[in-house]
Write a protein that binds this ligand. Structure first.
Ligand code: NG6
Ligand code: CA
Length: 508
């Protein structure tokens, strides 16, 4: 009795913190543009990914997990905010000088975990904007608002993408390694400074990474980018070292916070363009740069797993590996990915790719390893999405959040921990046009305007002036449009879609 009273006393005094050690650490590793078929545990044979495969052997491999959107910014917006990106304008692919698209102090994945007592870090690709429209990011001063204003405690980020300026890392509120005598200027409108662009001086470029479409503006490290920048020479990244740099920062965050419950969002630059593996990965696959950066990504995953092992944290850490959208082979640089692809299928048996409404746009690898390696080697066909991570971890950590927050995020904890293969019933996916997954049925909304195949990346967009209905259970490759044969079913699903779309949502 006495002990019980003492316990109650402690709970009252220290709140839920007394249970902090029970809260598993969470490491979310998000690759960029990694396709459903790009890793060996999802069927790839021309590239081996032993570390990701190890995770799948020790955890649960999902076969129907989705990234919400078929490109980066909307996908990551949904992951952090729990809001479908099409509910908010301005959530398309952002330039490197865009303002932050998630309002400070709103309820987000990291803010929920912070409320639960976690320390949160983001390392790697951000691409959600920095600063405000009135006060854009000051690359030479304090850069905010950004990750630290929406719930992270530590950040070391690539502001936008590897192919967009500014090509510098931002650590917390400042550009890392900046020499104040060499200030940075950034523009997406006109050339800045005296340095030549890729268009003007292709002879100055790494000849194995010439621009194919776009990407011919400021040259940084022999690679021309999207956008113009000047200055910041000492702060500019060296592409060959990006994976090493950010992996080391991610491992250090784990090490420094090993005594606490931590959440690490490790968003790699791999395998986005420009694909520039460190020399030790060059030639590791017969597929050139695109294959080699998959090996590099797998190495990063391995470093994280080893760090958890070394610090004896593996049994108290949930590890997730996934991707922000589907694969693309030529995304703007002539890096021989197209010539050397051979019979490798970046999207596996799925149709489409990055930016497509077909399955390959959003169906991505998704592996979770639970503490104490329960459910080892399980394969789950539950329909889940990255947008569900906020609600799921809110549930896992027993956090109460306002009704209106993370409105499109569903608690899929039972599926995530492998207790059921039942995930979501419905999921809206965003690409050129929207689609709805309802179990294994899918509709793609008619789109009268867009092209059927993207101009440069040669990916089937899923655009069609007519309605599309697919039965993925029998037609995973979306070959057989049933909309005309089954108009009633199309109407039923369209009604569900409209209900979701018209739901009254408070957008912060
Ligand atoms: C496109 C870029 C592409 C890539 C993509 C964003 C051109 C011609 N293409 O506009 O190279 O950067 O945006 O990729 O500029 S994402 O993974 O961040 O969404
Ligand atoms: Ca991406």
């Amino acid at each position: 009795m006495c002990r019980f009273i003492v316990l109650i006393f402690f709970v009252l005094i220290f709140g839920s913190d007394i249970f902090a050690v029970e809260k598993p650490n969470i490491v979310l590793i998000l690759a960029d543009d990694l396709g459903y078929g790009d890793v060996s545990c999802y069927g790839a044979t021309r590239v081996k990914t032993p570390n990701i495969d190890r995770l799948a052997n020790e955890g649960i491999r999902f076969t129907d997990a989705h990234s919400v959107a078929a490109t980066c910014t909307p996908s990551r917006f949904a992951l952090i905010s729990g809001i479908y990106p099409w509910r908010k304008s301005g959530t398309g692919i952002l330039p490197g000088n865009a303002p932050l698209i998630i309002p400070p102090k709103s309820i987000t994945l990291p803010s929920i975990l912070k409320q639960a007592g976690y320390v949160n870090g983001v390392v790697g690709k951000w691409h959600l904007g920095l600063g405000t429209p009135q006060s854009p990011a000051d690359w030479n001063g304090e850069i905010k608002p950004g990750p630290l204003e929406i719930g992270f405690d530590y950040s070391f980020i690539i502001p936008a993408t590897g192919d967009r300026v500014p090509c510098v890392f931002v650590e917390n509120h400042r550009v890392a390694n900046l020499d104040p005598n060499d200030p940075i200027q950034v523009s997406y409108k006109e050339k800045i400074g005296a340095e030549p662009t890729g268009k003007e001086r292709p002879d100055l470029l790494k000849q194995n990474l010439l621009p194919d479409h776009g990407h011919d503006q400021t040259i940084v490290n022999g690679i021309s980018r999207i956008g113009y920048m000047s200055g910041g020479k000492s702060a500019r990244w060296v592409d060959e070292n990006i994976a090493d740099t950010i992996t080391a920062k991610a491992c250090r965050f784990i090490e420094e916070n090993k005594e606490r419950s931590f959440f690490l969002y490790f968003a790699t630059h791999d395998i986005h363009v420009p694909r520039v593996p460190h020399p030790r990965f060059v030639g590791k696959t017969p597929m050139g740069a695109r294959g080699d950066v998959i090996v590099e990504f797998d190495w990063s995953v391995g470093e994280i797993l080893q760090t958890l092992d070394r610090l004896k944290l593996a049994d108290n850490t949930i590890v997730i590996v996934s991707s922000d959208n589907g694969p693309v082979v030529n995304d703007g640089y002539i890096d021989r990915a197209v010539d050397l692809i051979g019979d490798h299928k970046p999207a596996g048996l799925l149709r489409g790719g990055k930016s497509s409404a077909f399955e390959a746009g959003t169906r991505v690898p998704f592996i979770v390893r639970l503490p104490k390696k329960t459910k080892a080697g399980k394969v789950s066909d539950a329909l889940i999405s990255l947008i569900d991570i906020p609600a799921t971890f809110a549930a896992l950590t027993n956090q109460k959040i306002p009704e209106t927050a993370i409105p499109d995020s569903e608690n899929i904890l039972p599926a995530l921990i492998g207790e059921t293969n039942q995930g979501r019933k419905n999921l809206v996916l965003a690409a050129h046009t929207q689609s709805l997954r309802h179990g294994t049925q899918k509709i793609i909304l008619p789109n009268k305007k867009g092209r059927k195949i993207t101009a440069h990346t040669h990916i089937e967009t899923g655009n069609d002036p007519n309605p599309q209905l697919y039965d993925l259970k029998n037609d995973l490759g979306e070959k057989n449009n049933l909309a005309e044969k089954q108009p009633e079913q199309w109407n039923n699903l369209h009604k569900i879609f409209q209900e979701i779309r018209n739901k009254k949502i408070v957008i912060p």
